[in-house]
Structure formats: structure tokens, C-alpha cells
Design a protein around this ligand. Structure first.
Ligand code: NAD
Length: 235
């Protein structure tokens, strides 16, 4: 994947970090984002700070991205807060949509004109199995990820003639630092027992699927929501 430029949002840890590392190892020039002024991604990647919960900052960032000449965009940054719909704070609902949905929408708008001109573009939006199933307390997150799948399908149709392929990847349980911190080792074991494969995914397993989707090897797969969950949603 030489001579390709990629942006991976939320590339400072977890799935985004591993994705940036995979792409860098494949020879791609990679920029990652995080929220801290002086953050870092994998070795060899450029770092930019942006907080997608802030509308004007996201719009300014999208303008910058439009000038980067990207052939690959991975909208990975995402957040989740849990609470029953009846008492869920509307402002928090909107914050989740700004980060998980509005930012990917604006970044897609920013990169598509250049991708069309070059007749090559690969976009992956990182959704979640909660785009197709849900659990109590996940209304804001499920809504954002379900909408991201809808956005992906529409854009895939709109840009297909110009060799711009747009897909979602929907991870199930992923063994990230954050998952470990939230669930603890007992929680992780309980969760693993619900997965037919008996374990969570590693961030690398998700990153490898993303690498395929954004590569030249993917020449016909577009508009899909690829579920990578060890069989969890099959039952
Ligand atoms: P993580 O929490 O480890 O990292 C999230 C990244 O997003 C970080 O780089 C962070 O800087 C960035 N980010 C957070 N808030 C932001 C904001 N306000 N503005 C801009 N960037 C912000 O995440 P992860 O677990 O690796 O998840 C990555 C993606 O995968 C997310 O979209 C998440 O919803 C999705 N996902 C994760 C899991 C899982 O089990 N970890 C499962 C399904 C889907």
C-alpha cells in the first residue's frame, strides 16, 4: 500500500492504534487523532488533536482533512455512556451523536471529493454489534452506530462509480485496556463465556479486517456492515 495516505481517528489506543500500526507497516503514510494536545499514535505516524464533541473544532478539522489528499479514512473514534433511556440526559445523547456520527459524516464529506478525483478511495466506519443488536442502557450508542451503518450504505451507493468503497466494521467484544478496566477480569471471563469462540477479539484481529477493507485487494466489497464478533450475534 505504498503512496497511500490514511487518517485513523482515535488512533492513540485500542482498535485505532492497532489499525494505524497495521497500515503503517504496509507502507501507508498515517495520521492519527486523539483528544490530548500532545498525544501519540504508533511509531512513524503523525498526530493531530481534535475533540469531536466540539462542533466548530470538528468543522475546522474537516477543512484541514479536505486538504490532506487522503486515499484512506478510518472513522474509528467513538464513545459510549450507559444509562436507561427514560432518564438519559438529552445533552449527553447529543454529545454521543456528535462524536460517533456527526464527525464521521463531516470527515466523509471532506475526503470524498479528492477520492473521486483520484478514482480511488477506501472508507471504513467503525460501528459495533450494537448497530444490529442492543442491550439495556445503550440507546445513545446503539442509535449512533445504527445510523453510522445507514450513512455508510448511502454513501457507498453515491460514490461507487468512482472506485470509492465505503464499509462499516462492527466489532463484538474487544480486549482493549478500556474493556479490561470497565469489566475487570471476572467480567471479562463472564463476557467471554457468551461468545461462541469463547474469547474476546484482540484489537489486532479487528485491525487486520480494516486493513483488508482499505487495501487494493478489496476491489468489490462496499456498503456492507462486516460483523467481527466470534459468532456472538449468530445465536
Ligand atoms: P478506546 O476508548 O480505546 O479509544 C477511543 C479513541 O477515540 C481514542 O483514541 C480517543 O482519543 C478517541 N476519542 C475519544 N473521545 C473523543 C472525542 N471526544 N473526540 C475525538 N476523539 C475521541 O476505543 P476502542 O475500544 O478501541 O474503540 C474504537 C471504536 O470501536 C469505537 O468507535 C468503539 O465504539 C468501537 N467498538 C469498540 C468495541 C470494544 O469492545 N472496545 C466494541 C465495538 C465497537
Amino acid at each position: 500500500m505504498k503512496n497511500k495516505k490514511a487518517l485513523v481517528t482515535g488512533g492513540t489506543r485500542g482498535i485505532g492504534f492497532e489499525t494505524a500500526r497495521e497500515l503503517r507497516a504496509a507502507g501507508v503514510e498515517v495520521t492519527v487523532t486523539g483528544t490530548r494536545p500532545r498525544g501519540t499514535g504508533p511509531e512513524g505516524c503523525r498526530y493531530l488533536a481534535v475533540d469531536f464533541s466540539r462542533e466548530a473544532a470538528t468543522e475546522r478539522f474537516a477543512q484541514q482533512v479536505a486538504r490532506m489528499g487522503l486515499s484512506i479514512l478510518v472513522n474509528n473514534a467513538g464513545v459510549n455512556t450507559v444509562g436507561p433511556l427514560e432518564s438519559y440526559c438529552p445533552e449527553e445523547f447529543e454529545r454521543i451523536q456528535r462524536i460517533n456520527l456527526r464527525a464521521p459524516f463531516l470527515l466523509c464529506q471532506a475526503v470524498v471529493p479528492g477520492m473521486r478525483r483520484h478514482r480511488f478511495g477506501r472508507i471504513v466506519n467503525v460501528a459495533s454489534i450494537l448497530s444490529v443488536v442492543s442491550r439495556a442502557g445503550r440507546s445513545a450508542y446503539s442509535a449512533s452506530k445504527g445510523a453510522l451503518v445507514g450513512l455508510t450504505r448511502t454513501l457507498a451507493i453515491e460514490v461507487a462509480r468512482d472506485n470509492v468503497l465505503v464499509n462499516c466494521i462492527s466489532p463484538g467484544f474487544v480486549d482493549t485496556d478500556l474493556t479490561r478496566r470497565i469489566l475487570g477480569s471476572a467480567g471479562l471471563k463472564r463476557m467471554a463465556a457468551q461468545v461462541p469462540m469463547g474469547r474476546p477479539a484482540s484489537p489486532k484481529e479487528i485491525a487486520r479486517c480494516i486493513r483488508f477493507l482499505v487495501s487494493d485487494e478489496n476491489s468489490y466489497l462496499t456498503g456492507q456492515n462486516i460483523i467481527v464478533d466470534g459468532g456472538f450475534t449468530c445465536g
